[in-house]
Design a protein around this ligand. Structure first.
Ligand code: AMP
Ligand code: ZN
Length: 113
């Protein structure tokens, strides 16, 4: 999709700190981390948000969660981690390309923080 920040990052047109990449998924450091580990996992194809997940692309979301589990194992996140996807304006989605925040390395409150 034209003028999508995360499409450009996945294509290497805008620099990012890469953590992991395969044919379907790109993982990079969040530019404004809110935890010692704060990575963003994005599909390489443009999906606007979790609201656009359907039969034709849900396997990709499953694959992203496989990558999350692999990273958590590799990074030894045995104490726990958080996965967040903000969907839509009221939830605070600022980039309209589906992404999952992987957060770890501190205590997390619930429901806030
Ligand atoms: P959200 O607010 O859930 O849409 O998350 C968007 C995230 O993208 C925020 O945590 C931003 O800090 C992050 N972000 C924005 N621009 C960049 C960038 N150029 N490189 C890495 N992360 C970015
Ligand atoms: Zn995009």
């Amino acid at each position: 999709m034209e003028d999508c920040l995360f499409c450009k990052i996945a294509a290497g047109e805008i620099p990012s700190k890469k953590i992991y990449e395969d044919d379907l998924v790109y993982v990079f450091e969040d530019i404004a981390p809110t935890a010692p580990i704060h990575y963003l996992l994005i599909p390489k194809t443009h999906i606007k948000s979790a609201a656009e997940v359907a039969a034709e692309n849900s396997a990709l979301v499953g694959h992203i969660f496989e990558v999350i589990a692999k990273l958590a194992k590799d990074l030894k996140l045995d104490d726990g981690f958080r996965v967040v996807t903000n969907c839509g304006d009221s939830a605070g989605q600022t980039v309209k390309h589906l992404h999952f925040h992987l957060l770890a390395g501190r205590e997390f409150g619930w429901p806030a923080g």
